[in-house]
Design a protein around this ligand. Sequence first.
Ligand SMILES: [Mn+2]
Length: 243
Amino acid sequence: MTQIALISDIHGNIPALEAVLVDIQQRRVDAIYCLGDLIGKGPDGDTAVDMVRTHCQQVIKGNWDDFIGKETDDPALQWQQQKLGTERLQYLSSLPYTIEFMMSGKWIRLFHASPRSVYERIQPWHEQEKRATLFHSSALCGSARIADVAGYGDIHNAFHQHLEGRTLFNTGSVGNPLEMPEASYVILDGSYESGIPAPLNFQFIRVPYNIEQAVQDAIQSGMPSPEDYILEIRTGRYQVKRL
Ligand SMILES: [Mn+2]
């Protein structure tokens, strides 16, 4: 069996990322994949990018990774762009859209927000018809197959549900969880690259981390308007329009 850890939505929160990586190392997984939004919101996107490049075998693009490369008048975004620097911004813009593979007889597709756009946001409480579109393919995907298992990040809200005979799940967020203030990630455990039906295990793991250190990091970084980010990581409650 192969264990693949899925992390997402780190958002420049290094104490959360470090705590998750320690937990992953203790579980002896075979690979780590990152589902995007390495940066933004929190202060240390540059370090998050460097750590993800070191530890993750595959990385896909999130909405923040996409729009951070664009010209902007927003001082908070300009601050993030300057901290990242040209090379990391180029890396983020070059990230692929999906990770797709067979595991235990199931076609698994991983993406940041939806198979169609990094900006399409679908919640577990949206109507079933809408959720079921997350199994679809699009021109952005690596294959035209309908996914047996679709996994994503973006909403910062971990869940796992079965619908229409398929499995839909969300990893939650490492650095900006919005259902409870503990870092979230998932481990997939199954028979990698095997088309033969076999057990497939999903583990949803919550990792307490040093939130006050993350708060201090934000204050000391000098980033513009850190208040919403600080409130969100302390409470797990959504404060602003942008995830
Ligand atoms: Mn995000």
